[in-house]
Design a protein around this ligand. Structure first.
Ligand code: CIR
Length: 253
């Protein structure tokens, strides 16, 4: 299990973060308080939390997960699908490069880390508005060197794969119905997010065995708890307002 959590502090410019639909009023101070509590949960679970300084020119930089994919002893730095976010990668590479060997997704490939999760020896990668086929092929080559196989998952009705498919443990995912092509997920145990909570549930399994979950999805959380998981709800309303969830604010090494 990873034991270092890399996070990035939230900039004052966060109210200008990218959003898919509309322009929600984002309360930056509340977002920062929620991010601080998230950090507290990571530390409380036993992670050594390392903070990459913020960048006011990158309103989305708190979503550090999108800049890198950790594959065992190496990491692949991404080429984010949103051009505006490409400047986020360098400072994270500087910090990650002190711990891991680095590879890079290069043009014409694009990838956001929010499109990737690993279960066993399989790397599931969303084919999405942010991650293209060339990016997936490049990641597959790097993953093969770590003995991992890549499976592409077409994403239809959401930003990233992990906006709609949330790993809970080594074989279980919570899935938003009709948001992704589910055929490639065969072999994983699927629990469905309830209709009333569509796109609200997010989760991050922590090294102490607990699962951090979004506080505004209590019905789906109950389904996860009923499987025997110890769930810890956290309010991240101002992170969700900018299309973020619980995985996106850290890179676990
Ligand atoms: C974006 O649109 O890129 C950000 N506002 C949200 C990114 C969320 N990232 C993630 O869930 N991995």
């Amino acid at each position: 299990m990873p034991s270092v959590a890399l996070i990035r502090s939230l900039p004052d410019s966060y109210h200008r973060a990218l959003v898919r639909e509309g322009r929600p009023a984002i309360d930056v101070e509340m977002a920062r308080a929620q991010h601080d509590r998230y950090r507290g949960h990571l530390a409380g679970a036993g992670y050594q939390v390392e903070v990459v300084p913020t960048d006011e020119n990158q309103p989305d930089c708190v979503f550090i997960e999108d800049t890198a994919v950790v594959l065992g002893q190496s990491a692949v730095m991404t080429r984010p699908g949103a051009v505006e976010r490409r400047g986020e990668v360098g400072p994270v590479a500087d910090v990650l490069g002190r711990r891991l060997a680095l590879g890079y997704i290069v043009e014409p490939g694009t990838m956001d880390g929010g499109d990737v999760f690993i279960a066993g020896d399989t790397v599931y990668v969303g084919l999405s508005e942010r991650t293209n086929r060339a990016g997936i092929d490049q990641l597959a080559a790097a993953a093969a060197e770590e003995g991992l196989e890549v499976v592409a998952v077409p994403v239809h009705d959401t930003l990233h794969l992990k906006s709609a498919v949330l790993p809970i443990d080594a074989e279980t995912v919570v899935v938003t119905p009709r948001a992704v092509d589910e055929d490639p997920l065969a072999g994983l145990r699927i629990v469905y997010e309830t209709e009333g909570e569509r796109h609200r549930f997010s989760a991050l399994p922590l090294m102490d065995g607990t699962v951090l979950v979004t506080a505004n999805a209590p019905e789906t959380t109950d389904l996860v708890a009923a499987m025997g998981h110890v769930v810890v709800p956290i309010d991240v309303s101002q992170i969700q307002a900018a299309d973020g969830g619980l995985t996106c604010m850290s890179i676990l090494i």
